[in-house]
Design a protein around this ligand. Sequence first.
Ligand code: PEP
Ligand code: MG
Length: 754
Amino acid sequence: MPLTAATAAREILTGLHEVMARRGSAQAKLDRVVDLIAAAMKSEVCSIYLLRDNSLELFATHGLRKEAVHVTRLALGQGLVGTIAAEGRILNLAEASAHPAFTYLPETGEEKFHSFAGVPIVRRENAAGVLAVQHAEARRYDDVEIEALQTVAMVLSELIAGARLVDGSNRRRQRHGTVRLAGLKLVDGMARGTAVFHEPRVLVEHTVAEDTELERARVYSAFRRMREQIEHMTREAEFGTAGEHQEILETYKMFAYDEGWSRRINEAIDSGLTAEAAIERVQQRTRARMLEIDDPLLKERMHDLEDLSNRLLRIVSGRLETAAKTGLNRDAVLIARNLGPAELLEYDRRRLKAVVLEEGSLTAHVTIVARAMGVPVVGRVPDIRHIANEGDTILVDGHGGTLVVRPNGAVSSSFDGRMAMRQKRRAEYAALRPFPPITKDGRPCTIMVNAGLAEDAEQLEAVGADGIGLFRTEFQFLISATLPGRDSQLRLYRKVLEAAGDKPVVFRTVDIGGDKALPYLADRKDEAENPAMGWRALRLSLSRSTLMKAQARALIEAADRRVLRVMFPMISEPWEYEEARALFEEQVEWARERKRPVPARIEFGAMLEVPSLAELLDQLLPRVDFLSIGTNDLTQFLFAADRADPRLAERYDWLSPAILRFLRRIVQQAAAAKVPVRVCGEMGGRPLEAMALIGLGIDNFSITPAAVGAIKAMIRSLDAAAVGARMEQLLAAPPRSMRKALTDWAKRQGVALE
Ligand code: PEP
Ligand code: MG
């Protein structure tokens, strides 16, 4: 075929356009189409196979025996045509019969043809059929010919969909079958839902252009916009956390300015396609190439290009909104490469059942927010956006960090079984709601929750908690694009206090900086290797006193004649506490002088999460109203083990004698000074750990809301004096595994641990 791809395809497309516009049956149109393609490509055979009832039926042919039409059928995966459809591949063979998948079809009379080329006809990313050409002469087809075939296949997909020749419900997906995937457990919980892509794929509706120059202009301007967006994202990222994200942006940038890519799209436009169809055509080619590539690094790059191609398609078609804007109409499992916390908050909480990310980490803001929303999250699931289709059923087990895409019956029912067990347990916990958390031997405990959003306070009653023991005020900062001003802080604190009613709320002043860096507060010189031990929390607040003053004023005014409870994070030495407290007291004076509302009284607390503070408790305790132990940070500093590093997550145990003895010392000193102690780290939300804490004399917990039922059940089945005695024995001569020793003991005693 001496023509260029563009002219060959263009000639066919013009003809196709006429055929499509004409009246007549779909069958007549297809018969006309195969003649047209065969003539334009000077091909002896041109055939169209369409997927019907899970097999590929010969629908129209030029060159094969007409009697075979609607008779010849191939299963998906069977023969060359079945392979193309099942795998979404292109086949280009000089000698068809030499291919291992070749199946001889005597009724077609194809024995005289040696060469074979076929491309999938793709609809909504699934094969809807196959377009094939054959020649008697044994030769491979040129790239230009294959491209022309792909272009034609695109247009055919529109014709076929318009004529409803393929039955959508019967269409088997290109990506099919049950797939089990493992990722990183980010937020616990189990969920079932339908896959929803955060950035939905655009379905190309019109493939043949009316005005090629207009289409070219549309693509040019879309490219310009896309480049601007990427430049903007790069600038933003420079202020935020670096790492993987930066690398992706670099790759995006490389492709966004890639001449080859824009040229191929332009060529596809030259062949008569619309801008959307041209982008999609080039993307299909990339996808087909991807199937041939083994190099994982290169594959990764190709996925980046696919991302960008989707972006371009969304820009050109003006469909830029995320799935949050369109709204979720069913229980959904949201799928994204990554998400920002604000983007997550845009989703309807009632419908959003789980999130699966290709990236994601334990301390990412989106994880913190999802945890607060009670939405299970599994992260680091590479390729999920290519494995799952929109609308697939997905089962997410946040506890195990696993998921199942398109579960089969057996997998689905075993998952449902486990979920029902959990629900049953939840129902049992819910039945405990009216009962107080009191041990069997009558020791009263307090169970509060950790929170960060206004909605959390509204849930207190439903959860059966005694209050909020840790309100992470930095959440508001993390989800805003700019520094929240005093008024917006005031509104939030007021809302929280009102929703909590008589139940106490302990506000922790902002714990930002370090890994919870805020782009608008970034100070380049403070970028540290070791952010958890860096310029964060109270350290930052004390040196940025305007920030802290604004927060203090907002809290003071919000409390308005009620008791205000505040605590300060990351105190290393008592003077830091004193300075923070003095700042609050000055602000009370300031408010009083201006006749603004002030609290009835303020209770000041210190978080104990830096080990050095434990050495100076004698100095600190007389000055505080309560102590709150942040075991998340405390253990990372005691063990010198980064809490965000998944490789260390299982290494050091919260039940190690080092931690338990350390905590015992704090509890004893605080008890002597009559200062109440609360544990507000994740440790307190686990039944066995909480049991050990009770054994140390702790009776006040602030935990994740989802754990309230389990902890209450444990407390109500426990003899506090007995666990105290057992802990004394064990800590005097620690066994190799405290965990095992405590589990055995709990089982013998009938303590409810799960
Ligand atoms: C802690 O460190 O244990 C704690 C409760 O605070 P955060 O997890 O917010 O650092
Ligand atoms: Mg902390």
